[in-house]
Design a protein around this ligand. Sequence first.
Ligand code: GDP
Length: 300
Amino acid sequence: SVFKEGLSKTRSAIVEKVEELITRRKKIDEEFYEELEEILIGADVGVTTVMKLIDELRAEVKARKIEQAAELQPILSEKLVGLLKGGGDPGLNMSADGITVYLFVGVNGVGKTTTIGKLAHKFKSEGKNVLLAAGDTFRAGAIEQLEVWGQRVGVDVIKQQSGSDPAAVMFDAVQAAKQRQVDVLLCDTAGRLQNKTNLMEELNKIFRVIQRELPDAPHEVLLVLDATTGQNALSQAKLFGEKSGVTGLVLTKLDGTAKGGIVIAIRNELNLPVKLVGLGEKMGDLQEFDSEQFVHALFA
Ligand code: GDP
């Protein structure tokens, strides 16, 4: 599956090492737990989450009177699914009868534009009428980059000049979406980190403009995070998540990292669902997140 291919590096980092550990140590003892901890922390599952996981494993091992390490693998994957499923896999929220609007936020370089392009492709291939809004008027080249994706996928991009007010771009985009009977409007935003307060104010203004025109929008505010940055992604999520009304996370570049355990850490340490994962640079390399499939891709 796409998941399995995209997660091959993480799979090697976690599963192959766990298997090696099981074969080598055979019995579950303190050293076994210590080595297991190291493997999981090394794959960026995060210390807090690993401690919780190991505690749960210990309890289960005791309750079931398990001694052989070989019996642990199914329990480990069961526990991982449990951690990931915390609030369930809610999927993407869509408007029941009107235009669905998604705002994409996150710092430069995490993969916002690419994700918008991939998602536009996904919706278009489902027969939906898609429109993009070039709300990053700040970074040089951001508008053009979104236009390249628009052309590649075959969807229009609403834009203004570089440096213009992003809220004005969003206003135009919503008007255009109404006129053109668009099903899904995907909005890019600026991702500069300097001047954080301004960025948050800008996002709030965008939010208000959209809401004034479409009272039930935006239907998602998706924070895009680069999985290869590991624990850094977690800090960004904490920073953004508090202030900008984020409803879900997109984790990109999972194909490029052995530290895919970050998905588990994020799921366990934040009260935000992972909604999409990026598993490559191509148009089709985006998946809606499914915790069972994720763990299955790692262990099966
Ligand atoms: P933005 O600044 O947040 O809009 O980031 P971009 O969309 O420009 O992406 C930055 C780089 O990351 C580009 O080279 C993308 O091709 C790459 N990228 C984005 N998503 C993924 C992914 O899921 N996997 C891989 N391998 N690369 C990705």
